[in-house]
Design a protein around this ligand. Structure first.
Ligand code: PLP
Length: 387
């Protein structure tokens, strides 16, 4: 019997080791892993450079309080700022902490300029920003919030793609709009570039902030370091997590100077966030995945994978409804419930994970090899043929 709480519907497989794109089960079976801890292991399992950096750091220093200067964190913050819109960074440990911190920053900014009533956050209905008590109410999802009342006030919602409702829901107390440039859990739904640009214009016009949740789509997953870059917009606040630690829990909120000014000493903190061990790993992941050469390769792999997945869609139009996504954040939307399909893929030693709207999510490591994509395509083809 298991003493773990039943809040997960776990698949009955466990793993003893991983290497690159593969996982090895306790029963000695080898699986192609396109879950990668849900877009967390950006460089696959057991990357030699990450092993080296973490081993070295464990011998030096694991954890010190944020009441001291942490050079490893200073360095990673500098790299993130140099690479992106950001002027300042606050480190956390997870995605939900990062999105919550983003909400805090937005509210604190308006408080600091004498508009404390401007504190409402406008989000997409049935989006995903994490599982903390505030983040679930940010999602506006009935399923996630059921039984966790009282309702946390301060969030409004509009339907994905409903521009009329979006504009109507911006009120005098709206502080920020928070969306994912590519919705992950929500079914790999991409906000088109022109929409992101209009969103930025709208926020400027209404003098409110734009928060782009890049916890899943960020850190080179989309083929650009941040998914918003392609649209050539500049957000005010960006929470990140998943991919930046390569498997080590790291979260952060990136912000511009204007909003960061409000975060004076005492306004936010985290005991673990940004400790030397986490930062050593984060620095190494950042160095590898943010290089132009690495990003070009992600784009190349993505193009190859997407075009071949579309070929499969054309061959099996009654099974695959749509191929969605960008970079290596990809969803196969099926016509029907995807559970059986995912089970069949698993039986063929290929691990994937669901997302909303009947989507099978494909999240290879960003350094996946072309022949591993071919193996995935072959298995998907086989499962479609037998479906
Ligand atoms: C996963 C995710 C989160 C929450 O991250 P946790 O580390 O699970 O708290 C928040 N936002 C988005 C877009 C995510 O995909």
């Amino acid at each position: 019997m298991s003493f773990l709480a039943k809040n997960y519907n776990r698949r009955n497989i466990s793993f003893t080791k991983g290497k690159g794109s593969y996982l090895y089960s306790s029963k000695g079976k080898k699986y192609l892993d396109f879950v990668q801890g849900i877009a967390v292991n950006s460089l696959g399992h057991a990357h030699p450079k990450l092993i080296k950096v973490i081993n070295n750091q464990t011998k030096k220093l694991w954890h010190v309080s944020n009441s001291f200067v942490i050079p490893e964190g200073e360095l990673l913050a500098k790299k993130l700022a140099k690479k992106t819109f950001a002027d300042y960074v606050m480190f956390q440990n997870s995605g939900a902490e990062a999105t919550e911190a983003a909400i805090k920053v937005a509210r604190r900014y308006f408080y600091s300029i004498g508009k404390p009533k401007k504190n409402r956050i406008l989000c997409i209905k049935n989006s995903f920003h994490g599982r903390t008590i505030a983040a679930i109410f940010a999602s506006g999802s009935k399923k996630m919030t059921e039984g966790f009342g009282p309702k946390i006030n301060g969030f409004d919602h509009f339907k994905f793609g409903d521009h009329y409702s979006l504009k109507k829901k911006i009120g005098k107390n709206t502080a920020a709009i928070m969306v994912e440039p590519i919705m992950g859990e929500g079914g790999i739904k991409v906000i088109p570039d022109w929409c992101l640009r209009e969103l930025r214009k709208l926020c400027d016009k209404k003098k409110i902030l734009l928060i782009l949740d890049e916890v899943q789509c960020g850190i080179s997953r989309s083929g650009d370091f941040f998914a918003y870059e392609k649209a050539k917009v500049k957000p005010d606040i960006v929470p990140i997590a998943k991919g930046i630690g390569g498997g080590f829990p790291i979260g952060a909120v990136l912000m511009n100077k204007k909003v960061a000014k409000s975060m004076i000493p005492g306004t936010h903190g985290s005991t673990f966030g940004g400790n030397p061990l986490a930062m050593a790993v984060g620095n190494k992941v950042m160095d590898i995945v943010s290089s132009k050469k690495f990003l070009n390769n992600v784009k190349k792999l993505s193009k190859y994978f997407l075009s071949n997945l579309n070929n499969l869609k054309n061959r099996y139009p009654n099974i695959i409804k749509e191929v969605r996504g960008r970079g290596l954040l990809i969803g196969l939307q099926l016509h029907n419930d995807q559970s059986k399909f995912i089970k069949k893929l698993t039986e063929n030693k290929f691990l994937t994970i669901r997302a909303a709207e009947n989507v099978v999510r494909l999240l290879p490591p960003l350094n996946v090899k072309k022949n591993e994509l071919d193996q995935a395509l072959k298995i998907i083809n086989k499962v479609c043929a037998e479906h």
